[in-house]
Design a protein around this ligand. Structure first.
Ligand code: BG6
Length: 559
């Protein structure tokens, strides 16, 4: 996942760009580069590897100037090396790019044939630079607008011209770009955290919008016409996006969960049984809904799977849960009485966004559950409920997941209330105890030390099984996903009742089996599943919120 930064203002551009790129490092990348106008020419320095390697290279070069752009690249077209790294140059044009240009080979051949261009990199980005260069007649904005007409795919472009060095042109199509409005200085970045050290006033570009950043301001264009958009204030700070003494950002985010969940619950529910989720006029659509569709990717999808049980119970409507990347390919009959809920931490996940657009164009009611203000899914949904997790920098979702669960639970109960399946007293008995959740989360986090010891015991295992039933079936899936993504250990999540239909064959004395086994309505069933694992000498690691002598006897480890 690439990162983009651009700066024009009164200060030295290079430190600003490097610092802002570092705020995007969490996205993963394999090379980095910068371009700065030094008063005569635009000088480019780029390197394979980490930003610190780029900094080493820069230490011997005096790259001075107050306008510049930077990029962290995650290789798509061409291997990660110095040449394929961004920025790319063609004639006077220098640019950085996120996204994928699908017709780049066709354009490359045309530029070679008609203009005699030669290319030094394997990237689609260099093709865009040459395409803009071929359109350039002294007006960078016109050249960019002409060039994008020929591009197919997704792209966020940030472009400079050596002949007009006092401006940066940015263009967005299906890949996020945010302007930062400072005091006599202007920024552009692919994600809000890059801007936080400098400003919290942002303007999110929408598809096919173009921004021109100059020293004395910025202007916005769409379909060749100028328009205005007021900056919005983001209530995030740099401190929220750093490690704050934790070993790494993901650990910090795990420990932020009690506060994130408390903030989210307090924002949308009061002990008097009042909800603050939707405008009254919008709630009418929820009353009229005849079906609920929950759509998301990854961890957000598992939050949807958990919430399905709540929507089933409280809304009493048919509930579908879909992986966003599959949703579009079903032969669906989306109805205007469908309530479609899109859950996304970033609010930018391409498949979730495509599913939202499909539902919007089919006349359905759409709701976004997003963590990032002004993100595309938040803007394009007919209503949005923000999870108040603060910036989630770790790529693997943690605190966003638990705040999504908080929002989805409240939404499900709210549906039950407005559709008159729940009385006010029932609402209160369901929601008032949520106030204890942050404290209970603190208690779970105090297991940190003993869980770390456990991890040391089993860190060399190659396979894990995670089991759960009912609400904890998706929790088992999420646990397995986290182990895969973070520890690179193969893990499978299963509905415990399905174990006998295959995975049981894998269980022997080598196999750790993590079981979520709270005293709920399926406890007896899951205890039998634990017995089945034990009968095959599997290593049962169980989670149960209460002291339970029965489980103590049959599990290797119980937390
Ligand atoms: C993945 C992340 O790539 O994207 C997951 O690793 C995340 O943690 C998923 O859940 C979906 O992202 P989002 O922003 O749509 O919730």
């Amino acid at each position: 996942m690439c990162g983009i930064v651009g700066y024009i203002g009164k200060n030295d551009a290079l430190p600003v760009i490097i610092n802002a790129l570092k705020m995007l490092e969490y996205r993963g990348y394999d090379s980095a580069g910068v371009a700065v106008f030094d008063g005569k020419t635009i000088r480019i320095v780029k390197r394979k590897g980490k930003i610190r390697e780029l900094e080493q290279e820069l230490s011997s070069k005096a790259l001075k100037g107050t306008v510049g752009i930077g990029h962290t690249r995650w290789a798509t077209h061409g291997r990660p090396d110095d040449i394929n790294a961004h920025p790319h140059r063609c004639g006077p044009i220098v640019l950085v790019h996120n996204g994928i240009v699908e017709n780049y080979l066709e354009l490359k051949e045309k530029l070679q044939r008609e203009n005699g261009n030669s290319f030094c990199s394997e990237t689609d980005t260099e093709v865009i630079a040459c395409l803009i260069s071929s359109k350039y007649r002294g007006n960078l904005v016109e050249a960019v607008l002409e060039a994008v007409k020929e591009l197919k795919g997704s792209y966020a472009l940030v472009v400079m011209s050596e002949k007009e060095p006092e401006k940066i042109v940015a263009y967005r199509k299906d890949s996020p770009l945010i302007l930062g409005v400072g005091d006599g200085e202007y920024f552009v970045a692919s994600d809000i955290p890059a801007l936080l050290p400098y400003t919290n006033r942002v303007v999110a570009l929408e598809d096919d919008e173009c921004a021109v950043l100059k020293r004395d301001g910025y202007l916005l264009l769409k379909n060749g016409r100028e328009f205005s958009k007021e900056p919005k204030v983001v209530h995030w700070s740099t401190a929220m996006a750093d490690e704050a003494g934790y070993r790494h950002i993901m650990q910090k985010e795990i420990f932020e969960q009690p506060k994130a969940v408390a903030d989210t619950l307090n924002a949308y529910y009061s002990a008097e049984g009042e909800f603050g989720l939707f405008e009254e006029s919008f709630s009418q659509k929820l009353i009229e809904a005849e079906r609920i569709r929950l759509v998301a990717c990854g961890t957000s999808y598992y939050a949807c799977m958990v919430s399905r049980y709540w929507f089933d119970r409280f809304s009493r409507l048919p509930v579908d849960v879909d992986i966003a990347s599959e949703f579009r390919y079903r032969d669906l009959h989306i109805d205007k009485r469908d309530l479609c809920i899109f859950v996304s931490q970033s609010g930018e996940t391409a498949d979730t966004l495509a599913a939202l657009r499909l539902c919007n164009s089919s006349g359905a009611t759409t709701v976004g559950v997003c963590n990032v203000m002004e993100s595309t899914i938040a803007r394009e949904s007919q209503a949005v409920v923000y999870t108040l997790a603060g910036p989630e920098i770790g790529v693997a979702s943690t605190k966003a997941f638990t705040t999504q669960l908080a929002v989805l639970f409240l939404m499900a109960v709210y549906m039950g209330w407005i559709r008159e399946h729940l009385s006010k007293d029932e609402v209160k008995s369901m929601c008032n105890p949520l106030v204890y959740i942050p404290g209970l989360m603190e208690e779970v986090l105090r297991l940190d030390g003993s869980l770390r010891d456990l991890a040391r015991v089993y860190m060399k295992k190659e396979h894990f099984l995670y089991l759960g039933r009912y609400l904890n079936y998706p929790i088992a899936l999420e646990g397995a996903l986290k182990l895969k993504e973070i520890s690179y250990i193969h893990a499978e999540g299963y509905a415990a009742g399905e174990m006998k239909h295959g995975p049981i064959a894998l269980i022997d004395e080598q196999m750790p089996v993590v079981v979520v086994a709270p005293p709920d309505k399926v406890y007896e069933k899951i205890r039998s599943n634990i017995e089945e694992v034990k009968a095959r000498s599997g290593i049962v690691i169980a989670f149960n919120p209460k002291f339970n002598t029965e489980l103590e006897k049959i599990c290797y480890h119980i937390f």
